[in-house]
Design a protein around this ligand. Structure first.
Ligand SMILES: NC(=O)c1ccc[n+]([C@@H]2O[C@H](COP(=O)([O-])OP(=O)(O)OC[C@H]3O[C@@H](n4cnc5c(N)ncnc54)[C@H](OP(=O)(O)O)[C@@H]3O)[C@@H](O)[C@H]2O)c1
Length: 327
């Protein structure tokens, strides 16, 4: 089987290559899957570049998500031919992942392919889309309603941001989107964004603990100074779903928005998210995400191209979702 393998040489240098592996070298697990599609996420960029300390043992097969069909199963929950999706559970980090024609994993990590999605569409959504949906579910659980006011999406032209914009718009929310790329303005409008905000306008806080109330909710994949700034501009009792750190992990802020405006900062994790919640999120994605908008976000690449893609996603230069045709 063909796979992308990341290795570390004696000098600590990382190399990535398309290789031929024997399926017997796959790690332990009770379900063997023929991987049809995987994707490129920010975390895959880190793993492919040897950054972030995510991989414990080399050589390693990356790919934090995949969709495909079951080849053989020692678990009653799945049988040969079942279509499945996998995201998270540290697959592609501590366990070999989806950049491989076959993957052996634990049955508990799999989700049945939701009705209405092909394996390619499920990977056009992928980890990024699942996390965007979990963020929206968290905002709604905290009280967000369609008439509450505009919802901000940061890092809007990226994977999480694109799916969040399309989903919010499809659900009749008013969507404000922050992007650092002028070239993505038309793209974001096509996803249903109402107002585009240049990154420079919200990149750094102005030093005041509170500013004029603007947003009824926020899906944030940037973190850092932008998140600190956004917190000062949330409406009374509004929530921010903290998803990512594309702009930095440090959060230098005051507690004033929490104390005087009852603002909520909600942590979102898709990696260890319980299976029941994943199933709900996946079915909502299949029901609510307009397929034509999903398709407009996708660039499909071959497995062999993966080693060339890491730098672009780390630099925030990938627009939408990169789907990898594995087999
Ligand atoms: N919590 C979870 O379970 C979970 C799951 C998935 C992803 N994540 C995290 O979410 C983030 C986004 O992931 P992704 O796959 O969507 O990555 P992505 O496709 O690279 O999107 C990130 C976007 O953030 C913006 N950006 C990049 N660098 C920036 C900077 N220095 N300052 C401000 N904005 C910047 C860019 O959008 P514009 O060009 O439009 O500004 C970029 O496209 C990552 O940090 C990832 O690790 C977390």
């Amino acid at each position: 089987m063909k796979a992308i393998q990341v290795d570390k040489n004696e000098d600590g240098k990382i190399s990535t290559a398309l290789v031929e592996l024997d399926p017997s070298s796959l790690p332990a697990g009770d379900v063997l899957v023929s991987v049809e599609y995987s994707t490129l996420n920010y975390k895959d960029g880190l793993v492919l570049s040897g950054l972030g300390g995510l991989v414990r043992q080399y050589p390693h097969v990356p790919g934090i998500d995949f969709a495909g069909s079951v080849i053989e199963s020692d678990n009653d929950a799945y049988k040969k031919g079942d279509k499945v999706v996998l995201t998270g559970w540290r697959v592609g980090e501590t366990h070999w992942g989806g950049y491989s024609e076959q993957a052996r994993v634990n049955a508990q990590w799999l989700t049945p392919l939701p009705d209405g999605f092909s394996t390619r569409q499920a990977m056009a959504v992928g980890t990024a889309g699942l996390t965007a949906m979990l963020g929206i579910m968290a905002l709604e659980d905290a009280g967000l309603q369609k008439d509450s006011g505009p919802v901000l999406v940061t890092g809007a032209a990226g994977g999480v941001g694109s799916i969040a914009c399309a989903l919010l718009s499809a659900n009749n929310y008013e969507v404000d989107a922050v992007t650092g790329r002028e070239s993505s303005i038309e793209y974001l409008r096509s996803l249903g964004v109402n107002t585009i905000i240049p990154r420079a306008d919200v990149a750094t806080p102005n030093g005041k603990p509170l500013n004029k109330e603007k947003w009824a909710g926020c899906i944030d994949s940037v973190g850092g100074a932008m998140l600190a700034n956004v917190l000062t501009q949330m409406k009374y009792s509004a929530s921010v779903a903290a998803i990512g750190l594309a702009g930095g992990a440090a959060l230098d802020t005051t507690v004033i928005p929490f104390l005087l405006r009852a603002v909520n900062l909600l942590g979102i994790d898709s990696v260890m998210c319980p299976s029941e919640k994943r199933a709900v999120a996946w079915q909502r994605l299949a029901n609510e995400l307009p397929i034509e908008r999903l398709e407009s976000m996708v660039e499909e690449v071959a497995l062999g191209e993966v080693p060339t893609l890491a730098d672009a996603i780390i630099a925030g230069q990938v627009q939408g979702r990169t789907v990898i045709k594995v087999s």
